[in-house]
Write a protein of this length. Structure first.
Length: 95
């Protein structure tokens, strides 16, 4: 998979488009086949190192948590709904 990664803390020149291994799906995880992603102000603060005291991550850091796509894998415990902002949303069956 390809990802925008902050190779170090810094400005836009710290970013690189890199190939990364496909993530493994844990028992309670989902994997999303991303069709679109964006960087938002939080990503820029992470890239700049302004959240080092709050987030325990160190470069290289994959950025772009705002994504749109489809779930292409779900963990062994199954998935029948998604909880967002305190509301449960049932998923349509793909079967």
């Amino acid at each position: 998979m390809r990802a925008i990664v902050a190779q170090r803390y810094g400005g836009p020149d710290a970013l690189a488009l890199v190939d990364r291994p496909e993530p493994t799906v844990g028992a309670r995880d989902v994997r999303i086949a991303v069709k679109a992603a964006s960087l938002n102000p939080l990503d820029f603060k992470i890239r700049d190192g302004k959240l080092k005291l709050v987030l325990a991550v160190k470069p290289p850091i994959a950025l772009g948590c705002d994504v749109a796509g489809t779930i292409d894998a779900a963990g062994a415990e199954g998935l029948d709904h998604i909880r967002h902002r305190g509301t449960s949303h049932p998923l349509r069956s793909a079967r």
